[in-house]
Design a protein around this ligand. Structure first.
Ligand code: 5GP
Ligand code: ZN
Length: 115
């Protein structure tokens, strides 16, 4: 728990979010500024600043992220149409919140290259 971290506060319940999933390792909630009909954030309970701070001790967490992304995509009915899982790392990667998270986007055609 980082005192000033937005996502730590959401994990703790101090700031509200539209939570759609939680387990012992992570929570998922709707992005406040959705970029697709379905736009969820998968957020580890543990405060990890960015992808660069991951270690082998986080391997189970990373496996869980994709299992949960699949489950949510299936539960919300956009799995077979297709979806995107995105992690932005550091300023150049477009990271704005300094608590690692994975965007799950679906419900529309995704384009490539991304912006
Ligand atoms: P990043 O740019 O760091 O990869 O993504 C941060 C995401 O967090 C953005 O998509 C932004 O809309 C979302 N976000 C920022 N503040 C809040 C908030 O208070 N609540 C929710 N639900 N999402 C937020
Ligand atoms: Zn945090």
């Amino acid at each position: 728990m980082e005192e000033q971290c937005l996502f730590c506060k959401i994990v703790k319940g101090d700031i509200p979010a539209e939570k759609i999933y939680e387990d012992d390792l992570l929570i998922a909630f709707r992005d406040i500024e959705p970029q697709a009909p379905f736009h969820f954030l998968l957020v580890p309970r543990q405060h990890i600043r960015s992808t660069l701070d991951l270690t082998a001790s986080n391997d189970a967490l990373l496996g869980r992220i994709f299992q949960v992304a699949n489950k949510i995509a299936r539960d919300f009915g956009f799995a077979e149409d297709g979806f995107r899982v995105v992690n932005n790392c550091n300023e150049g990667g477009g990271q704005c919140v300094w608590h690692i998270h994975f965007h799950l986007l679906g419900g529309r055609q995704m384009n490539w290259p991304p912006g």
